[in-house]
Design a protein around this ligand. Sequence first.
Ligand SMILES: C[S@@+](CC[C@H](N)C(=O)[O-])C[C@H]1O[C@@H](n2cnc3c(N)ncnc32)[C@H](O)[C@@H]1O
Length: 284
Amino acid sequence: MSTNEFNPAQYKAATQQLWQEMAPGWHKWSSSLFSELNRNITNQMLELAGIRAGSRVLDIAAGDGDQSITAAHRVGPDGYVLATDLSSNVLAYAASAAEKAGLAHLETRVMDGENLELEDNSFDAVICRSGLMLMPDPKTAMAEIYRVLRPGGRVSAFVSSTPDKNPWLGISVGILRKHAQLPPAPPGRPGTFSLGAPGVFKGIFHEAGFQRVVTHYTSGSLPLSSAAECVELLKDIGLDSVLVSLGEDEQQQAWAEVEQALRQLEGPDGFVSPVEGIIGAGLK
Ligand SMILES: C[S@@+](CC[C@H](N)C(=O)[O-])C[C@H]1O[C@@H](n2cnc3c(N)ncnc32)[C@H](O)[C@@H]1O
């Protein structure tokens, strides 16, 4: 097998291990920054998924459960939220937040988004925030979502758009991959921007059989104190995994180049990067 050949099973195992290890780093930034940054996106997703008091909701790739908790408040004690993810360590934060908030109708379960161990037609709504693009086969994930939704149920999901519209990450990933001598990821490979090109995200809703498919762009900004803080964030959310094949000195050089490049996003108010994503929704 050539080194460039993609092995979905290996990729998924590596993804699971990565998220197990970086769960504390992810939760640190999720709770202090991303939660607030994503508040409007989450509310729009819940609205588009038709989530209301009493709904049964499945959250896929739920992470530390930020959006699952919001959904659980919305459905109330007569509803139900199942927060699922590949990583038990990130889900542990969701379980603990639910317990603290007294949300006994929120459960967590380790589950692969491409292989939902759930009955057909068993949920009113499915949500997936920043998860589908990390799956090797998002079309299979969408088919699974379609299967577990009841007729008349709705899905809503969010993905990042393109690297140029999310420069804090786009610039950094480009530099790190160059240092690791990795070519740009070919189309169709999983990754933060894999569903972000025009039409791609909408296409996977249609292909799964969803009706009344809508997508719209969201934009915002990521505020940090400095380029150095952005590097700290990138390391905490696992970007140093791109450099595993390099020695300590080479890794430091790569990160120095990232920090230097990110200084173009510094200004009188500190560091601000634009962010852009796409919300999609559909009806079964
Ligand atoms: C960027 S985080 C998003 C977490 C959360 N939804 C949020 O928006 O804060 C991506 C999550 O996807 C999960 N993930 C990646 N591949 C997955 C898969 N095949 N099935 C389920 N979860 C997956 C990771 O473990 C991680 O928690």
